[in-house]
Design a protein around this ligand. Structure first.
Ligand code: HEM
Length: 273
């Protein structure tokens, strides 16, 4: 009798251990999947109605980590880029300097406005700033900075010292950046906030090409590529990679506002189980 009870207890403990392990595994794989989908706080996605609270929380934690990593890089790179506010050509890499010396006005316009777009833009996605006067005014300034950054970026793309292939990568980026930002603004004016959100994600993904570019350059250096080879990969990779991530984020949460309901229902299900 005693031994049956003891073995029952052992089985229970083992089952409990298994279910904790299984829960942990599901949380891990689900979270990894969400991270793979680029589900930053810009987009939450819970497709499985049976998903447990732990899955949801695991996803939320990873989303926050993703956002903080993005915000950290955006702040760091914009601050480093503000060295151009000294208007000293010496702060630019020697290989690129002839472009600046040939087009100082356009170049310095670009390096003055773009870092502020990178800095302001990242905070626009914080839920706390939504529906505030800050969001609207900072948003208008972001749009202005992006349009100026894109127009000047297009101007200096054609005269880069790194050749026409690099120049065309930047030129396409400039046109897309201008168009995505203008579209996002237009939809906000028309109060079509679902489209506004989608186009702002695209716009900021293109703004954040400045981050990806500065990640690709040292990585390609470590991989043994020359500066010219790394720069060519960076000029194309910086925006193509970001556009793919942006589209994944947009698809991860096609239905804004759905999070609270889904989290609430996942919580209710877990409590009821
Ligand atoms: C997204 C559209 C952008 C385009 C099309 C673009 C284009 C360009 C081009 C063509 C150059 C000259 C490079 C050369 O001579 O080879 C340049 C340089 C530069 N851009 Fe942008 N840019 C964009 C976004 C940004 C952003 C958001 C920042 C914010 C940090 C930024 C900061 C700079 C800086 C600091 C330089 C000087 C070079 C360096 O230090 O790397 N750009 N950009």
């Amino acid at each position: 009798m005693g031994s049956a009870a003891a073995s029952g207890k052992r089985e229970n403990a083992r089952d409990h251990g298994f279910s904790r392990l299984r829960d942990f595994w599901r949380t891990l794989t689900y979270s990894a999947l969400m991270a793979g989908q680029g589900a930053l706080p810009l987009g939450w996605h819970i497709s499985d109605p049976d998903i447990s609270e732990r899955h949801v929380e695991g996803t939320l934690v990873l989303n926050r980590i993703g956002y903080f990593a993005l915000a950290f890089l955006a702040v760091a790179i914009s601050l480093v880029s503000m060295r151009f506010l000294t208007f000293d050509p010496g702060v630019l890499a020697e290989e690129l300097r002839a472009n600046l010396l040939g087009n100082p006005l356009l170049f310095f316009l670009h390096t003055t406005v773009s870092p502020f777009a990178l800095l302001l833009g990242v905070f626009q996605f914080l839920p706390a700033t939504r529906r505030t006067a800050w969001h609207r005014w900072s948003g208008r300034l972001y749009v202005l900075l992006c349009l100026l950054g894109a127009a000047s970026g297009l101007g200096i793309a054609f005269t880069t010292t790194m050749g026409p292939l690099v120049g065309s990568g930047f030129a396409i980026l400039a046109v897309l950046w201008f168009a995505a930002t203008y579209n996002a603004y237009r939809f906000a004016r028309n109060r079509d906030f679902a489209r506004h959100r989608r186009w702002m994600i695209r716009s900021y993904a293109l703004t954040a090409a400045a981050i990806t570019l500065r990640l690709i350059l040292p990585i390609s250096g470590l991989a043994g590529l020359s500066f010219a080879q790394g720069y060519l990969i960076a000029a194309w990779g910086c925006w193509t990679i970001n556009i793919v991530i942006a589209e994944l984020i947009i698809r991860a949460r096609p239905n804004p506002g759905a999070l609270p309901d889904r989290v609430a229902s996942a919580r209710k299900d877990t409590l009821a189980a």
